[in-house]
Design a protein around this ligand. Sequence first.
Ligand code: PEP
Ligand code: MN
Length: 360
Amino acid sequence: MENKKELRGWLDDFNLDHPLVIAGPCSAETEAQVLHIAHQLKDSDVSVLRAGIWKPRTRPGNFEGVGALGLKWLQKAKQETGLKTTTEVASAIHVDLALKHDVDILWIGARTTVSPFIVQEIADALKGTDKTVLIKNPVNPDLSLWLGAVERFYTADVANLGVIHRGFSTYEKTRYRNNPEWQIAIDLQQRFPDLPLILDPSHIAGRRDIIFDLCQTALDLNYDGLMVETHHAPDDAWSDAAQQITPERLKEIMIELTIRKEEGSEIEFKNKLNTLRTQIDVIDHQLIETLGKRMKVADDIGTLKKEKNVAILQTKRWNEILGKMILEGEQHQLSEEFILRVFKAVHQESINHQERIFRK
Ligand code: PEP
Ligand code: MN
């Protein structure tokens, strides 16, 4: 897939002086709920109303959506408020029904993007459409799989495309419901700068209190838009209650966010600097996490050595590690002096950890 300008034509048609905002409930629950939320979002920075009609749930027994009936509510919300509409489609049948109800933007869910068969079925059903299709990242951190889905639509002559970054599943529980792995989205952005990139902070966070920070990071990384789950009574939502925010809160967030407009060379320079600095912050955060993980392994080794009554310092092993790291460092343009300094510091910290274990 080459970089084609027209990929973002649909986005330019909104003619906004701020990133695109898509908002609305995780799920359409009742007609009154959809209309109520749509009216609350009208006359704000929000341009598109979202609502899940068919809900893919990880475990059965959770609310699986109202089905095609909800499409009529979206249609009515559009007529009453002028907002464009979007919903998730996960099969050719969904596509047919959504098109019949004049849905403007179709999104592909994270559990669908993982399946090339289903993605192809949906792409075939949408062949040549002028509707916009937004493709969520797959649940697993795999950039090729994500790009592969984009390519299937592109090859089916769907020209209005974009991607939604909603984070990646991990077995380990972290502060996020889905780990952002910003680096994957940054890589994608660098390879396809014209492909609109939208953040879904709600499914990354899984909770309300970090939605703002996630949105700000996305703006600092020059994302093109945000899709935020919004509900008039979040605690009573039939799905994803913990992560939804009220339309009022969303409006506050929109005011508090710093939007960096690209205008004039000075601002452009600052934007670029800011984007690069945010990339550095993301990588530094990963470095600390990796160092923390390394120390945990060093602790386990310390416990083993203590049990077997083996000395902490194993000079031969340490020299082997250093030699390997110097060679690897060279391949990444890292000087021998730097590698020696960093690894000596890391090694010293491991020894301190292990000494603490021995003294216990
Ligand atoms: C959603 O947007 O409500 C949804 C189900 O998202 P995802 O596919 O990212 O889990
Ligand atoms: Mn949801």
